[in-house]
Design a protein around this ligand. Structure first.
Ligand SMILES: [Zn+2]
Length: 205
């Protein structure tokens, strides 16, 4: 599997493009904005974008969704508990000083335990509420994509609508820290890390 990381937007969000080497089916994890770089990578590998998987509904992770859906006819999926964030996106973005944003549309909802396939790869959805109600992580063999739930040496903020520190703490401790310590963590912002490193050195819990 090919993994490409793109750092996009004003808040430097990580978007991850995963491509199955054999079938060229691809998924994009989070979708900050239209991106020539991502378009080029899709073209370069001859990839077919099947899904946009959203870790949560905050504007900095989703504002490219409509444009990617239109361009690649892929399906965008989010946890249902974050749908309200998409609906309230205009108010939320305004509170961050971003004056006008377009409401983003999704094609379906994902839930805890669901498995999403592309090529021969299977991505498991792990619901990890706390940063937002519908926050999820995506587990694929020895990799986990954690959005704003878990960062390198930090955790997501819990002061935004739907956030809860207690919930985030228990999501991380019960759903992520119980995974193999060698799993690489690919967060929504900043550097990658491992489950083992965060269990030992993350002091925000
Ligand atoms: Zn967020």
């Amino acid at each position: 599997m090919i993994l490409k990381q793109f750092v996009l937007g004003a808040i430097e969000d990580n978007n991850y493009l995963l491509i199955d080497e054999k079938t060229k089916e691809a998924v994009l994890i989070d979708c900050t904005e239209e991106s020539q770089q991502i378009d080029n990578a899709i073209k370069e590998y001859g990839a077919t974008l099947k899904y946009i998987l959203l870790t949560h509904g905050h504007f900095d992770h989703v504002l490219g969704v409509n444009s990617f859906r239109a361009k690649y006819h892929c399906k965008a999926l989010i946890h249902e508990d974050d749908k309200f964030l998409l609906d309230k996106m205009k108010d939320f973005a305004r509170s961050f000083g971003i004056p006008s944003v377009e409401i983003q549309n999704v094609d379906g909802f994902i839930k805890d335990g669901e498995v999403i396939e592309f090529g021969t790869n299977k991505i498991k959805v792990i619901h990890t509420p706390g940063h937002t109600k519908g926050g999820v992580c995506f587990l694929l063999e020895d990799k986990i994509f954690t959005g704003d739930t878990l960062f390198c040496d930090a955790i997501g903020r819990t002061d935004l609508p739907g956030g809860s520190f207690q919930q985030l703490k228990s999501s991380i401790e019960q759903r992520l820290f119980t995974l193999d310590e060698n799993i690489t963590v690919y967060p929504g912002h900043g550097n990658s890390t491992t489950i083992g490193h965060e269990k030992k050195y993350n002091h925000e819990l």
